[in-house]
Design a protein around this ligand. Sequence first.
Ligand SMILES: Cc1ncc(COP(=O)(O)O)c(C=O)c1O
Length: 390
Amino acid sequence: MKFARVTARLDGLGSEKWAVHIEGKRRAALGESMIFLSIGEPDAPPPAAILEEARRSMHAGRLRYADGRGEPIARKALAAHYSRQTGRHIGENQIICLPGTQTALFAAMMTLVDEGDEVLMADPYYATYEGVIAAAGGIPVPVRVDPDQGFHLKMDALERAVTSRSRVLLMNTPSNPTGAVLTRAEIEQIGQVCERHDLWIVCDEVYATLTYGSTVFASPFDIDRLEKRTVVVSSISKSHAIPGFRCGWLAASAEFCNHCTPVTETMLFGSQAFLQDAMAFAISNHFPEIDAMKQDYETRARALVQALGNGRKVSARMPEGGMFVMIDVRNTGLSGEAFAWRLLEEEKVVTMPGESFGAGGAGHLRVALTVGEQDITEACKRIARLAERI
Ligand SMILES: Cc1ncc(COP(=O)(O)O)c(C=O)c1O
């Protein structure tokens, strides 16, 4: 039987990136004791009040078909949030609620990218980006970022990668996997390149609330000039430790939302009203559990960086944001991939090879801050031990 070309374009973009993790899971199921640092799933429970709000809303009968753009209560909460953040009036017609950032990314690409269009992205990049770009028929164009410059995307590297087919810059700040958080000044410079070449900016801000030390989150949506070419995608998956709710959204110009709505409506026919009620509640309130979760990530990251120290063979820098740390294993002479496999075999620690996030991640491991400090410190000991043996 014949299948559509999109299935061939997406073939192979999935599971092999996760091979080390899948092998770790297989061994754990057989009873081997492993430390998993491979998955970016929050380990903290979500605030109980959010679950209670979902329960209340469900029992109040909010189980009918929802508004195709998102329930008014959720769009109102998000419009208020972005109005506060940007200092401009952001209307409810500038928001579309979708099941998670991933769906919002997909919808944005389907709305903006034609077959053969190029989509630029900092390399290393999040594991699903190649897939969402390819699904729309686009061509991913990785722009290398330098580990020794904190993996920050630079305007001149971006400028060099632009061609007449460039259509979109897919940004991610704070970044998964690198932990880089772009400054407002950097975003202004990057924005100038996008203006010069009339590029859209799709900005994945799913980690926006997770920044550490003196780092300040900034978005292209905050910059007046860039509003009309920016599409923000985000969710409460990470900010409120509740990925299973699949509560996300996009925020953009009203014109973009008008063009995107038929795409999302034909795909989804709306999402769950009771979960959107809980999302509106989550966005409009403050939860001490969330502050504690963020504090835990920061404490774990500091413990990790300290445990590895500035080792001769392996080292790590404090991330500026997000839920991950990149460990530099280049001085061992092994690739991230080879190191990750040996770490699994010899030390029972499961990580993601940096190469799973593009060539720019070469010679690194990505580790998630989603296990307790004790496990992190123990894993670091084992990582250093393996490095010394190499
Ligand atoms: C950078 C990035 N974007 C998007 C997602 C997907 O998030 P959501 O649960 O909101 O679909 C993730 C999840 O790990 C992520 O790390």
